[in-house]
Design a protein around this ligand. Structure first.
Ligand code: COA
Length: 349
């Protein structure tokens, strides 16, 4: 039976480290508040002009491809997960194809926020299992720092997020005890606006019934993005933190248990849980709920903050590089985020 295996993995975080105390220069916050509520001590911010979501993805992909023992020209499909693409369109996948001088392969962008990487991995897994592709590059990358509200108004969101990228190369394997055992994807759109960036967008809120022909020049110029949006800080992400927290602590364990049950396994069998690094308190709740020891969970939000689609591959890569994951280990990836969407993947390393 053909399964997908992770043949190479890489990560990249920008050089610039921003501590909680650094954030105090812009907003009314404290190291104590941030650490107590989220566990975060510092995060990395991309260079404002030299680094983008794509360039960071390319850095991580370069390592993943080298470790897989192949070249960029061997990649036959790209799946790129991000919520902060370089452009509104086209997506980052094609920019990676161009930057890495790959063949004219398919490139798909996935927009599932914090669950983005696990969704992207699941998509790639299906293409491998059907035999359609042999070397798929899966990337999660985010440059959050370009679009956060660093005033006190936006502090509940801006202190949480950091920049970075992670990437894997998926290849087929016939080995009995290796590869992705299953993936599980879910969504519940009833709370879509609880954690969202509304603008710019095509939703009806800022549209008028007035015929286009009656618009003056200023109205036409502001059809997509208006001065009002800027003045009212409507171009920043919105998050109802407590509501997200409440849903996350239910859905994380649920989707992990779902993956274990699907493979006749239990939490005791997990060698390493890689939870999306949303908030250390959420990860600790999940760990406790499932009865996992510290040896069975990898957390690194303390150093990187929440890097959304990049968080799972960064944590997986770091756990691997630190020797915390060995051949044959049962690894569970799990994520929850905006949408809401949540997902898990169970794999034998
Ligand atoms: N520094 C200092 N004070 C802050 C702050 C900050 N960075 N952000 C918010 N506060 C204040 C609030 O203004 C509020 O003040 P008030 O009581 O005077 O009104 C107080 O702290 C409590 O705010 P609240 O939002 O209720 O805090 P919380 O305990 O829920 O913690 C989060 C906020 C965001 C840390 C928490 O809700 C959380 O982590 N939720 C999950 C978010 C998440 O995981 N998002 C990613 C999804 S994948």
């Amino acid at each position: 039976m053909t399964r997908s295996k992770i043949a190479g993995i890489g990560m990249y975080v920008p050089e610039h480290v921003v501590t909680n105390n650094d954030l105090k220069k812009y907003m009314d916050t404290s190291d104590e508040w941030i650490q107590e509520r989220t566990g975060i001590q510092e995060r990395h911010y991309a260079h404002r002009t030299k680094e983008t979501t794509t360039t960071m993805g390319v850095e991580a992909a370069t390592i993943a491809i080298q470790r897989a023992g192949i070249t960029p020209q061997d990649i036959d499909f790209i799946v790129f997960a991000t919520l902060c693409p370089d452009y509104y369109f086209p997506g980052c996948g094609v920019l990676v194809q161009r930057a890495m001088k790959m063949k004219e392969i398919g490139a798909l962008d996935v927009r599932n926020q914090c669950s983005g990487f696990v969704y992207a991995l699941s998509v790639a897994d299906q293409f491998i299992k059907t035999g359609m592709y042999k070397n798929i590059l899966v990337i999660g990358s985010e440059k959050h720092s370009f679009g956060l509200d660093f005033s006190t108004r936006g502090r509940n969101v801006s202190v949480i997020f950091g920049d970075g990228a992670g990437a894997v190369v998926l290849q087929p394997t016939e080995e009995a005890n290796r590869g992705i055992l299953s993936t599980h994807l879910h969504s519940d759109g009833s709370s879509a606006e609880i954690l969202a960036m509304y603008n710019p967008g095509t939703h009806a809120n800022h549209w008028t019934e007035k015929p286009l022909a009656t618009f003056d020049e200023a109205e036409i110029a502001q059809m997509f993005m208006s001065h009002k949006m800027i003045d009212n800080a409507e171009l920043f992400p919105y998050m109802d933190g407590p509501a997200v927290f409440k849903k996350a602590v239910v859905k994380f364990p649920e989707v992990i248990v779902e993956s274990l049950k699907a493979n006749n396994l239990t939490a005791k069998d997990i060698n390493m849980l890689i939870p999306h690094q949303a908030n250390l308190r959420i990860s600790q709740f999940v760990q406790q709920h499932l009865g996992l020891s510290d040896d069975q969970v990898h957390n690194n939000i303390q150093k990187y903050g929440n890097t959304t689609a990049a968080s799972v591959p960064i944590a997986l890569c770091e756990a691997y590089e630190q020797g915390r994951i060995k051949d044959g280990d049962l690894v569970c990836l799990a994520a929850f985020g905006s949408g809401f969407t949540w997902a898990s993947a169970l794999l034998r390393w």
